[in-house]
Design a protein around this ligand. Structure first.
Ligand SMILES: Cc1ncc(COP(=O)(O)O)c(C=O)c1O
Length: 448
């Protein structure tokens, strides 16, 4: 290779860790001691030096069907060979319609239309825009306020961080969207510690929405967005009855209710969507991650019929919603999505998650009493384990645990500050559940 050749064309450029600015990562610490994975299959990752790690977090809450499943891989390969791309605006390809119909069929009530995008963040911003536009097309243009919740995570778009409630994700990015307010978080350790599933205490916190209506007036509020399970902030399940109460208050005031199911969708809570678990039909559901089992980026918004219908007015040659992405319903994502939904159905993975919920919770709860364990919150096929912070810094114990998992014990999970968050692929076996918590228990003792 001539040395004058520009670096970007050099096939043998050194594998330098520096140019990649990693997302939501302590870059300097990572690059000193990189946690690299090179391949994966089913429940396991494999590092470049051939070490096997059991995946306790389904990648980033997304590989619900397990890794590199043959049928999904084959569908992506075949699609790439058949149709790489179709314009998303004014044209389409058959699998886009097929996947929309399949997703709609899984959703409760009349959530029967799907708007596709490429990530959870885009799904959230799309849902917020649809909410505003819905009120506008119905002549209620004063309904412009959006209500989120403290500790909520709705991705990283400007809409998502505005309605989100995680201070670090908001504080550096200016004034965000105007007219946003927040419900209180639903977690209270004194009342809820070591609850299995949805805590008994906290349904009344939904009544804070009535307070916000009294403050702003319903005529100014477009929508409320919440995660049925606030996962990214540390696995905080909705208290029993909370979501039904929120639905009732939204109905009373003509406010749209959006469930952000980017994590809870596609089996994590033992159903296609958590909405079903809670017996609540929201007006919109955002989804991503599990739709393709993480294999190709895709997100989307399910909307109820009356919302879609509200837009289908006026001259037919006019675009009804000025919104969309070049890669909405990308052929590779649609092929991956269809193959993934087939696997979920053929292997009964949502039902499997429901059945595993009890042994999962029991194995998690066995860690109660280990040093520094302040709370354990198993719900669905996920759990948050709060560890006490070290005196010299919030998040240090969590990162030490993550590193020990990766480098010593061969298990991958998430560390959210000092909370360990686990959410394995839904194909996990009971023996593997035992293995995961055995490793996590050893790690917790080690970081004491
Ligand atoms: C509830 C929720 N909404 C939105 C997002 C953002 O998704 P993405 O990272 O695909 O943009 C996430 C990601 O974890 C999420 O948990």
């Amino acid at each position: 290779m001539p040395s004058s050749r520009p670096r970007q064309f050099a096939a043998n450029a050194p594998n330098d860790l520096e140019p990649y600015w990693m997302p939501f990562t302590a870059n300097r610490a990572y690059k000193k001691r990189p946690r690299l994975v090179a391949s994966a299959k089913d429940m396991h990752y494999v590092t470049p030096d051939g070490r096997k790690l059991i995946d306790g977090s389904a990648g980033l809450w997304c590989t619900n069907a397990g890794h590199n499943r043959d049928s999904i891989v084959a569908a992506i390969q075949a699609q790439a060979a058949e149709l790489d791309y179709a314009p998303a605006f004014q044209f389409a390809h058959p699998k886009a319609f097929e996947l929309a119909a399949r997703v709609a069929a899984l959703a409760p009530g009349d959530l029967d239309h799907v708007f596709f995008c490429n990530s959870g963040s885009e799904a959230v911003d799309t849902a917020l825009k649809i909410a505003l536009a819905f009120h506008s097309v119905r002549g209620n243009a004063s309904r412009v306020r959006l209500i989120g919740r403290e500790r909520g995570y709705h991705g990283v778009g400007f809409g998502g961080i505005a309605v989100g409630g995680i201070v670090n994700n908001r504080k550096q990015f200016g004034a965000l969207l105007a007219g946003v307010d927040h419900l209180p978080a639903t977690y209270n350790r004194a009342e809820q510690a070591f609850s299995i599933g949805e805590p008994e205490w906290g349904a009344h916190l939904a009544d804070a929405l009535d307070g916000l209506v009294a403050l702003h007036d319903a005529s100014t509020i477009a929508a409320v967005i919440v995660e049925p399970l606030a996962a990214s902030t540390g696995v905080l399940p909705a208290p029993k009855g909370y979501l039904k109460r929120l639905r009732a208050i939204c109905d009373k005031h003509g406010i749209l209710l959006i469930f952000d199911e980017v994590i809870t969708g596609f089996g994590r809570m033992g159903h296609a969507f958590a909405a079903e678990r809670y017996g609540v039909v929201p007006d919109m559901i955002t989804f991503a991650k599990g739709i393709t089992s993480g294999s190709v980026p895709m997100g989307g918004v399910l909307v109820r019929k009356h919302i879609y219908d509200a837009f289908m007015q006026g001259p037919e040659h006019v675009i009804e919603l000025f919104h969309g992405y070049t890669y909405s319903a990308h052929p590779l994502a649609c092929a991956a999505g269809l193959a993934t939904l087939d696997l979920y159905r053929e292997e009964g993975l949502f039902e499997r998650a429901l059945k595993l919920e009890k042994p999962w919770a029991e194995a998690a709860m066995a860690l109660k009493g280990l040093p520094n364990v302040l709370d354990i919150r198993p719900v669905g096929l996920t759990v948050g384990i709060d560890l006490a912070s070290k005196p010299d810094g919030v998040g240090k114990r969590g990162m030490e645990a993550l590193d020990l998992g990766f480098f010593e014990h061969g298990v991958m999970f998430r560390a959210v500050g000092d909370t360990l968050a686990l959410s394995p692929p839904l194909i996990v076996s009971e023996a593997q559940i035992g293995e995961i918590f055995d490793k996590v228990g050893k790690i917790i003792k080690q970081v004491a």
